[in-house]
Design a protein around this ligand. Structure first.
Ligand SMILES: NC(=O)c1ccc[n+]([C@@H]2O[C@H](COP(=O)([O-])OP(=O)(O)OC[C@H]3O[C@@H](n4cnc5c(N)ncnc54)[C@H](OP(=O)(O)O)[C@@H]3O)[C@@H](O)[C@H]2O)c1
Length: 410
């Protein structure tokens, strides 16, 4: 009989209990292929188990408590004891990654976190292994299933944001308190983890500005259809002159973009590197069993590997958002009178903003002007919008949403 591989399980909630069941179901098959049978050697919850005993009796720790403390303390103690740790905890990695990876490097302990980003979509493994030698220029993706479901539902049915959110909650795609998801903070934590891995640099959650989907209206989605655009909440991490930029924002994509067709609660991540152009990985992004399956994959990987750790080799600066270039969608409600368009065009032109396409609709005394502008330094665009917002012909605050121009077709 081969020696057991003892897994100390911290947390037995949605993911922890699914992991417990999945491991029991798959243990024999894993033993047949790896030569060691994984088993749960101890479980810690608020009411059960002792961390010290679990650590002592485990070959690896699986942390599925979530949050910062005591997850940070337990993870640090396990890594310092040289024990492998597998986690799904994006908040912890995005805020204490430096400290935890440093501990893992010091002791040579493995620290695995596939389940922390995009559920079972193997984006961490592809970046760590398949792309280990590649120079990654850009990672962008739909890394929050709740908001992708909401935006898909708004586009499909014309529902308001509030109705689409209520539907997501009914179906279990959104939590009772959805604020981390809809504000973009959950996606920002995941982008901080992806950016660290892509660019081998420290990217704290504080360095990732984020915007959510709460302000999106069905009108925005409807108008943009006329330009062939689809709205998504995207995380974008890219190398730029002078450093990197990591951000989360709602933005429009042209229909030919690989992320435009990702619908419902699915996640997808596109990796770009000069050697491989681009690949997109997609699949289910959350849920107890899906996440547990990614955790189990990491446990099996830990069992059969000696633990190459990510080295942090660069300290890249974060480029301020106003210096980054983006294309934009601009939605203006204006007085319907001669010369309005010329006045607005003048301000845009004075600030180096060039219009790609425009649609104008009369609304009685007022008119709606919806346009897409070519990529421009964001600071210039925002200055133009600020000047336009002061015009007395304006009937409502201007609405702006970024547009990603890449299409990857033909
Ligand atoms: N749910 C998902 O779909 C999903 C998807 C991706 C990633 N994740 C990540 O997976 C992790 C776990 O999420 P979850 O949804 O399974 O959470 P959960 O259902 O709330 O379960 C948390 C578990 O941790 C235990 N726990 C909490 N505080 C503790 C403490 N101070 N000491 C010991 N045990 C403690 C809880 O114990 P009690 O049972 O005693 O309350 C519970 O068993 C989180 O990092 C989350 O971000 C979840």
């Amino acid at each position: 009989m081969s020696e057991a591989f003892r897994v100390g399980l911290l947390g037995h909630g949605t993911v922890g209990s699914a992991f417990d069941e999945l491991l029991a179901e798959r243990a024999d098959a894993i033993a047949a292929s790896s030569g060691r049978k994984p088993e749960i050697s101890g479980v810690l919850t608020r009411s059960r188990g002792s961390f010290d005993d679990i650590l002592e009796g485990a070959d690896a720790i699986v942390e599925l408590i979530g949050g910062l403390e005591p997850a940070r303390d337990y993870t640090l103690r396990a890594l310092e004891a040289g024990k492998a740790v597998v986690t799904a905890n994006k908040q912890l990695l995005s805020q204490h990654g430096d400290e935890l990876f440093a501990a893992a490097r010091r002791t040579g302990a493995q620290y695995r976190y596939e389940a922390a980003v995009a559920g079972v979509v193997p984006v961490i493994r592809v970046m760590r292994e398949s792309f280990a030698g590649a120079h990654i220029e850009k990672v962008h993706g739909i890394v929050n299933g709740t908001t992708n479901y909401i935006l898909t539902e708004m586009a499909r049915t014309g529902a308001s944001y509030a109705d689409a959110l209520a539907r997501a909650q009914e179906l279990g795609y959104a939590e009772a308190d959805p604020s981390e998801d809809v504000s973009g903070k959950d996606a920002a934590a995941k982008m901080s983890i992806l950016a660290r891995l892509a660019f081998h640099t420290s990217v704290h959650l504080d360095k990732v500005p984020y915007q959510g989907v709460e302000e999106i209206t069905p009108d925005d989605i409807d108008y943009a259809k006329e330009f062939g655009l689809v709205l998504k909440l995207l995380g974008v991490a890219e190398r730029l002159d002078g450093g990197i930029s990591v951000r989360v924002f709602p933005c429009f994509l042209y229909e030919g973009h690989p992320l435009a067709s990702v619908v419902g609660p699915f996640n997808a991540v596109t990796l770009e590197s000069p050697a491989i152009t681009e690949i997109t990985l997609s699949g289910p992004g959350a849920g107890g069993l899906v996440t547990a399956s990614a955790v189990l994959g990491d446990v099996v990987s830990v069992m059969s590997s000696s633990g190459m750790q990510l080295e942090q080799i660069e300290q890249l600066e974060t480029v301020p958002g106003e210096e980054v270039e983006s294309a934009f969608y601009l939605h203006l409600e204006v007085a319907d009178r001669p010369g309005v368009l010329a006045e607005i065009a003048q301000i845009l032109g004075d600030n180096a903003v060039s219009v790609k396409s425009v649609v104008q609709k009369g609304l009685g005394e007022n008119a709606r002007l919806v346009m897409v502008v070519h990529p421009v330094v964001e600071g210039h665009f925002m200055k133009a919008v600020e000047l336009i917002s002061r015009l007395d012909l304006l009937r409502a605050a201007p609405r702006t949403i970024r547009v990603i121009e890449e299409e990857f077709v033909g």
